[in-house]
Design a protein around this ligand. Structure first.
Ligand SMILES: CSC[C@@H](O)[C@@H](O)C(=O)COP(=O)(O)O
Ligand SMILES: [Zn+2]
Length: 208
């Protein structure tokens, strides 16, 4: 048994995370998508529309960071995740990002349910868990980037690219309202740890 997802080949690690997230209710049915860089210019991403609790290593596609174009399919007939554009934007803008995880969590939806208007950020609670995002202040003011959900995912991806290229996000995560979080890290394990930490922080907000 590997101690870290980083000890495993990327697709093995991502399939393991998908099983784990599915068991926690974070990838119900076909929800969510996971990716990891293969090299600086390419990343592996889950195929679209598959039940995420039972992914195999051939259920991934290799795509370009530059434009999300498909380079290789794990098997014939697969299409890349509908949210490939969001992953590509994150890899293009953050050379340190090596893995990117998106799930649909109930607490993420609840945490913004009472917000008025269309705020661009959500202040995370100043709890110890924000250290997962390398925020070390005694009284941290960690702001999570917020995006409105839209049926056309390409529009969300364009907004992520446009906003993050103007200003780097304070923490390595974003939340699409009424949808779910996307979290990235310098490795698969770090992205996984951060996803768990964000879930903790959003659970706190949602329960107040
Ligand atoms: C329950 S379907 C949700 C999708 O529209 C999308 O938000 C999602 O997370 C999964 O899309 P996918 O194309 O399988 O990667
Ligand atoms: Zn989604």
């Amino acid at each position: 048994m590997a101690n870290s997802f980083d000890d495993l080949p990327p697709r093995t690690a991502l399939a393991g995370i998908a099983r784990d997230f599915h068991a926690r209710g974070w990838m119900g049915g076909t929800a969510g998508n996971l990716s990891a860089r293969a090299d600086d210019a390419h990343f592996w991403i889950t195929a679209s529309g598959l039940p995420k609790g039972s992914l195999g290593e051939d259920d991934f596609l290799l795509v370009r960071v530059a434009d999300g174009g498909v380079v290789e399919r794990g098997r014939a007939g697969l299409a890349p995740s509908a949210e490939t554009g969001i992953h590509a934007a994150i890899y293009a803008l953050d050379p340190q990002a090596r893995a990117c995880l998106h799930g649909h969590t109930v607490v993420a939806c609840l945490a913004t349910a009472r917000l008025k208007g269309r705020p661009k950020t959500l202040r995370l609670p100043g709890l110890e868990m924000v250290k997962a995002f390398e925020i070390w202040e005694q009284h941290p003011k960690a702001e999570l980037a917020l995006f409105e959900n839209q049926p056309d995912v390409a529009r969300i991806a364009r907004e992520v690219r446009s906003r993050f290229s103007r200003r780097r996000p304070a923490i390595s995560a974003l939340l699409v309202r009424d949808h779910g979080p996307t979290v990235w890290g310098r490795g698969v394990q770090e992205a996984y740890n951060r996803f768990e930490a964000l879930d903790f922080l959003l659970s706190f907000l949602a329960s107040r």
